[in-house]
Design a protein around this ligand. Structure first.
Ligand SMILES: NC(=O)c1ccc[n+]([C@@H]2O[C@H](COP(=O)([O-])OP(=O)(O)OC[C@H]3O[C@@H](n4cnc5c(N)ncnc54)[C@H](O)[C@@H]3O)[C@@H](O)[C@H]2O)c1
Length: 339
């Protein structure tokens, strides 16, 4: 059965969702589009060729007018909690973009509301739906490098070219930790198979950074199974760019596992056992749907089978808690326990 959805938030990324992800999934039909900003709605309507009578500036209006079983939220962060709350109170399933919510308390409120209403609340952690991420997670789980010790992870991009007034990204809240590192925090939990315990984080801006808030950071994160992650991230790095998932080196007692995915450089995962010179590539799994299409397919599957998706809101509370702990540590200069 086709899943009817209302799509909320039609900025740059939301428009891309509509065109490249939702429109290409034959199991989903969009019955209304919602964008709070009237001029952005008009621009999206023109760009995406949407029917005017099914475009709204309020989710309440759309819910009164069209049929839908689910709501897809690709609004910016201030729109996440109000839109999800409205959708859940109307007994709709919800799929939404990261970061989940501006506070853990609000995220928890939504998780509990979804559970009370018997509805699925899923966060699209699209970086999980990549072959190398899955291969690395499976190899670690299968003990191919044994018990884990140190993990080194680097993320570098140079997103610092556009003029200051024109680039929305320079002016958002915590552009590194909340907007980008949340993907890496979530991947750490997937790949390592352990939960974060404590983080010590420092963030800053290089002298040439166009960002208002810190665009660079470094941290050490300890995990409950003994793994320790050293993570460095930068939006203004003049060193060679990494793929979006970053460059990973995972040291286990038997050797090293390296992997990367999602970007200009080829995706791979490989193991070099201790004492070996060469890396041995891991055969990557073939995923039927990649990235956001993987998220959407997992959401549809969860709704159709009434099952709990991997990146359900409740699971994502742990990713979000690590993000807030890193932000607090950067602000206080102290190690922070992950709640
Ligand atoms: N997963 C990824 O790889 C990835 C990449 C880029 C962006 N994102 C996420 O996607 C979301 C949107 O990002 P963007 O770059 O399109 O932002 P944007 O600011 O360009 O667009 C967001 C749009 O949401 C609208 N909006 C805000 N509140 C709303 C509400 N209550 N109802 C309806 N519309 C509302 C705004 O008016 C705006 O048009 C963010 O959460 C961002 O973190 C994820």
């Amino acid at each position: 059965m086709t899943l009817q959805i209302i799509h909320v938030g039609l900025g740059g990324w939301g428009g891309d969702w509509a065109r490249r992800v939702v429109a290409t999934n034959k199991d989903v039909e969009t019955t209304a589009w919602v964008e709070i900003d009237a001029s952005a709605l008009e621009a999206a309507r023109d760009r995406l060729n949407l029917p005017a009578d099914r475009c709204f500036t309020s989710l309440d209006e759309a819910l009164k007018t069209v049929r839908a079983q689910a709501v897809l939220i690709t609004a910016s962060l201030p729109g996440h909690v109000p839109s999800a709350r409205t959708a859940l109170l109307a007994d709709k399933h919800v799929l939404m973009e990261k970061p989940f919510a501006p506070t853990v308390a609000e995220a928890r409120e939504l998780v509990e509301l979804a559970e009370q209403r018997g509805r699925i609340l899923m966060i699209s952690q699209n970086y999980r739906f990549q072959p190398a991420a899955r291969a690395a997670a499976a190899a670690v789980a299968a003990q191919q490098i044994g018990r884990l010790g140190t993990i080194n992870l680097d993320f570098r991009r140079y997103d610092n070219i556009a003029p200051i007034a024109e680039h929305r990204h320079y002016h958002i809240w915590e552009p590194l930790l909340a907007d980008m590192s949340i993907h890496h925090f979530d991947l750490m939990r997937l790949i390592i198979g352990q939960e974060p315990v404590q983080v010590s984080c420092k963030t800053w801006n290089a002298p040439w950074s166009n960002y208002d808030e810190p665009a660079e950071g470094a941290m050490t994160i300890t995990f409950d199974g003994g793994a320790v992650v050293n993570y460095r991230g930068s939006w203004v790095s003049t060193a060679p760019q990494t793929n979006w998932a970053g460059e990973w080196s995972i040291e286990g007692e038997k050797g090293e596992l390296v992997w990367t995915s999602r970007g200009e450089k080829p995706e791979y995962a490989a193991i070099r056992l201790r004492g070996e010179e060469e890396l041995t590539p891991i055969v990557l799994p073939e995923l039927t749907a990649l990235d956001r299409s993987g998220s959407l397919a997992a959401f549809v599957e969860a709704v159709n089978t009434n099952s709990v998706p991997e990146t359900t809101g409740r699971d994502n509370l742990k990713t979000l808690a690590l993000m807030f702990a890193a932000i607090e540590s950067a602000k206080t200069g102290q190690p922070v326990n992950v709640a």
